[in-house]
Design a protein around this ligand. Structure first.
Ligand SMILES: NC(=O)c1ccc[n+]([C@@H]2O[C@H](COP(=O)([O-])OP(=O)(O)OC[C@H]3O[C@@H](n4cnc5c(N)ncnc54)[C@H](O)[C@@H]3O)[C@@H](O)[C@H]2O)c1
Length: 337
């Protein structure tokens, strides 16, 4: 590139400061010409058109508009789109790939806190920490002090079923190597040999459900993954099993899960639900064997800068002609998040 590359931000103001703190902006400005004060949430209109006309790179994030043929027409120099957030595919029209614009996402950086959350929930969920804490808090003077009774608790020696060797699934599989657990994996895109390298036995969904004490869901929301944990498969789970969902609510049949949790046979930790949020008073919100968190497993607060660090490193790789680590290829779109 003979002249200094020009980059433009398309990101919502609420997402900006956490993802791009001052020191990262300084690093970014050493790489490209960029006006940090100009952050577009719409790429229509004269101000956006003037910025797009010179742009070699778009740095997008939460709240960015869809990048389509109109944006490309306004941005004749555009060569890369660096998304400083997780899934990018809903934001990018296929025409972007057809124009040869390189697309990168920071989903790998967003995978880290989700995997951390999952491991925390596997450890605490296997200890039944949340339901026991509720019993402890609600106990009166004369209540039985039974919150530590609970045979068969603890992660040690458990079988953990991982659905999806996605980016997050792989981080979880890697972390699970530190525990004395048997690991099962269901993923139609992974071979038996690769699963073994990831420390897991590759199994079908039914087998995974039959054999897992804890099931953790990491597949993308796709037509074929909708309700992959349906009533029939939830019935296959051993008594006392726990389901953890940090992926998308659509992967589990909420009504069937509600029934399975209501009769106490299964417990659940859900960071995502269908619908999301659950309506006030939904039975899952009131069950002592269910913990629902408000979609907070991904990058939050201090974790946000990881996304910005990833994006700035991608810009650096782009400017220096190195391959992008978060590159999204159009042929991956049908099976990624
Ligand atoms: N709770 C949160 O805050 C949060 C944050 C980030 C991502 N997510 C969700 O976590 C999930 C994983 O995200 P990611 O970025 O790691 O995904 P990803 O894009 O890396 O997942 C793609 C992989 O999923 C696997 N896969 C595809 N179809 C499958 C199927 N039918 N069964 C099993 N595995 C299948 C394949 O290995 C594929 O390569 C997604 O559902 C995503 O939306 C949630």
């Amino acid at each position: 590139m003979s002249r200094r590359p020009v980059a433009v931000f398309a990101i919502a103001p609420w997402a900006f400061d956490g993802v791009f703190p001052a020191d990262l902006l300084t690093r970014l400005r050493q790489l490209v010409d960029i006006d940090p004060a100009a952050r577009f949430t719409s790429l229509a209109g004269p101000a956006a058109a003037a910025a797009l006309e010179k742009a070699d790179l778009l740095i997008t994030g939460w709240g960015c508009p869809r990048i389509d043929a109109d944006v490309l027409a306004a941005a004749p120099r555009l060569r890369a789109l660096v998304h400083a957030a997780g899934t990018v595919k809903a934001r990018v029209d296929p025409v972007v790939f057809e124009h040869g614009v390189v697309v990168s996402s920071a989903a790998e950086a967003n995978a880290v806190p989700v995997a951390d959350y999952t491991i925390a929930m596997l450890v605490l969920g296997a200890k039944q920490a949340f339901s026991r804490a509720r019993r402890y808090a609600a106990a009166g003077e004369d209540s039985p002090r039974d919150w530590l009774s609970g045979e068969g608790t603890g992660l040690h020696g458990c079988t953990v079923g991982v659905i999806g060797a996605s980016r997050i699934g792989r981080h979880v599989l890697h972390r699970l190597r530190q525990f004395d657990v048997e690991v099962l994996l269901h993923d139609p895109y992974v071979s038996r040999a690769e699963a073994a390298r990831l420390g897991a036995e590759l199994v079908g969904m039914d087998d995974l459900c039959r054999r897992s004490d804890l099931v953790t869901v990491h597949a993308p929301a796709l037509p074929e993954t909708r309700h992959m944990l349906d009533g029939r498969r939830l019935d296959l789970l051993p008594d006392g099993a726990m389901v953890i969902n940090t992926a998308r609510g659509s992967l589990i049949d909420t009504e069937a899960l509600t029934r399975a949790c209501a009769d106490g046979r299964v417990s659940a930790i859900l960071d995502v639900t269908e619908p999301e949020p659950l309506p006030p008073g939904h039975p899952l919100l009131g069950m002592s064997n269910v913990l629902v968190t408000p979609h907070l497993a991904g990058a939050q607060g201090r974790e946000l800068r990881r996304l910005g660090e990833f994006a700035v490193a991608e810009v650096s790789r782009f400017v220096n002609g190195a391959p992008l680590l978060g590159r999204v290829e159009p042929e991956q779109l049908p099976y990624i998040a």
